[in-house]
Structures are given as structure tokens and as C-alpha cells.
Write a protein that binds this ligand. Structure first.
Ligand SMILES: [Zn+2]
Ligand SMILES: [Zn+2]
Length: 281
């Protein structure tokens, strides 16, 4: 992580503050991972092979075990860290903290309802809270539990024939993709952080594989990250060519350090289906 952050700051000094912010979050997440208490999870794939082959993911998001108490502690720590980033975040987070203090909502409830978009939206509207910031804090707080879970099941998951545009574990959309080895393409799940292999030239969102309507977008001098645009559904995904990097990247951080490409794609009329907490200004 240090190596990656240092290299990225050198290559993209404009991102220094954001990268340093992410580093702090990452450090707290790693600390949080060490003390997690998660119920044992029995992977019950037997009897479900047919469904899995037909494209049903292993489970739904709510079935992934989360250490609520540890996530709550992390949520509070991330509030402190985030408040120091800029005035906008400071204002938004102060609003969230005040709402918690007034018992307008409970962090534990928010964490337990992590995949209930209606609950989160209603909460934000009712108490005048910034929804993306609330989502960001919540997701970053449960990520240690999610990634420990994914680490536990990774070896017993056979996903080489999955090749779909959504996560084989939880069914969520990909955040970003990565090229590795001989050019195989992998997607990173927006929610649980599982990585799965997919087809090289195919839009994950509408399954379009017609190369006439799939385009790439680069910025000058940077061939490491490109945007893959689909003319058919007007959506895009960024792809990191990890073979061109001197380090093994944390894809979340690569996503952050390429926000200019999200802006470029959006200006061209393409949308990003996966939630981007890093879009926050
Ligand atoms: Zn997933
Ligand atoms: Zn498409």
C-alpha cells in the first residue's frame, strides 16, 4: 500500500490529499480486521450448483456476516478522519454526528441495514444528511468484515466459468476491472470486494460484445488506466492494466486516483452504474 500510494502521488500529485486520506482509512480498516468477531460461515454450495451455473450468485448481500460492534467503532473513527479532509466533509459529518447524538438514528441499525437502499435514502432525507457520505462511511466500516469473509470462501469458490457482469458471491455490479497475467480481465465487486474473471471484450452491464459499439478512452500519457465505454447502454467501467505497474495494486486506490476519467466519461454522456463514494468533492 505504501509503495502504491507513494508511486501514485509521484505520478499524480493532484491526488495527494485524496490518496493520503484513503491511506488513513485503509490503515484503520486493517486495524479493525484484527479484532473482528464473525460467526463461522458454512459455504453451502452443494445442491446449488445448478442455480450457480444458471447465474444465481452464491448469496445475497444481507447474508454476509458483519461484525456490527467493530464496524460501529470504525464508523466513528472514520468520521474523525474524514472531518479533517475538507470543509464539505466536515459539515456533512458534523450533521451525521449530531443526528446520532440526538438519537435520530443508530449506527448499528445503519450497519445492519447496509443493503437496504430505501432505508438509507429515507434516513438521509428525513434528517437532512448527505446520502453519498453516509453510504461511504457505512460501506468503508463494513468492508473489513466483507473482505475477511471473502478471504474465507475464495478458495472454495469455483468461478472460472462464471464470466458474468455481476459478482458470483453477492450479485453486485463491478466497481472497476483489472488486466492481469496474459491479459485476462477481472472485475472487483462494488460491495464485497470479491474479484472474478470475466470476458475481455464485453460490457458487464448489458453484455454487449460488439466491438463496433465498445470503445476505449485514455488520457494522454497514461496507458495504465482506460475507460471502456459501451455505446449500447451508455455505461462505462475503468480498467487498470496491472501488468504495467511495478506493484500489486489495491484497486480501490487505483479507482480513487483516476477520478478524472470518471469526469471525462460523464462529460461524454456515459454513466457509472457502480456507486462511487469517491465522487465526493
Ligand atoms: Zn460481491
Ligand atoms: Zn453496455
Amino acid at each position: 500500500m505504501r509503495n502504491q500510494a507513494g508511486t501514485l502521488i509521484e505520478r499524480k500529485p493532484a491526488y495527494t490529499q485524496l490518496i493520503e486520506f484513503y491511506e488513513k482509512i485503509y490503515t484503520e480498516q486493517e486495524r479493525s480486521k484484527k479484532g473482528l468477531i464473525l460467526p463461522p460461515f458454512q459455504l453451502q454450495q452443494s445442491g446449488r450448483e445448478k442455480e450457480f451455473r444458471e447465474g444465481f450468485p452464491l448469496l445475497n448481500r444481507m447474508a454476509i456476516p458483519i461484525d456490527v460492534s467493530s464496524s460501529e467503532t470504525l464508523f466513528r473513527t472514520l468520521c474523525e478522519i474524514s472531518k479533517e479532509v475538507n470543509e464539505k466533509l466536515q459539515k456533512d459529518i458534523t450533521g451525521i454526528e449530531q443526528a446520532i447524538k440526538k438519537e435520530a438514528f443508530d449506527i448499528g441499525d445503519l450497519i445492519r441495514q447496509n443493503s437496504d437502499a430505501v432505508y438509507i435514502e429515507t434516513l438521509a432525507i428525513k434528517h437532512g444528511l448527505d446520502q453519498p457520505v453516509l453510504m461511504f462511511l457505512m460501506h468503508m466500516s463494513i468492508l473489513p468484515s466483507l473482505s475477511v469473509f471473502v478471504d474465507q470462501i475464495r478458495d472454495s469458490m469455483d468461478t472460472k466459468n462464471w464470466l458474468r457482469g455481476y459478482c458470483p458471491v453477492c450479485g453486485s455490479l463491478p466497481r472497476i476491472s483489472a488486466l492481469r497475467g496474459k491479459g485476462q480481465r477481472f472485475f472487483l465487486c462494488t460491495f464485497c470486494s470479491f474479484e472474478w474473471q470475466s470476458e475481455r471484450l464485453k460490457c458487464p452491464f448489458c453484455e454487449n460484445s460488439d466491438h463496433q459499439t465498445l470503445h476505449y478512452l485514455y488520457t494522454d500519457g497514461d496507458e495504465i488506466c482506460r475507460v471502456e465505454l459501451c455505446e449500447k447502454c451508455k455505461k462505462y467501467i475503468k480498467t487498470i492494466d496491472t501488468r504495467k505497474l511495478s506493484y500489486e495494486p489495491d484497486l480501490h486506490l487505483e479507482d480513487i486516483a483516476t477520478i478524472h476519467l470518471d469526469i471525462l466519461a460523464s462529460e461524454k454522456g456515459f454513466s457509472r452504474p457502480a456507486f462511487s463514494p469517491w465522487g465526493i468533492k
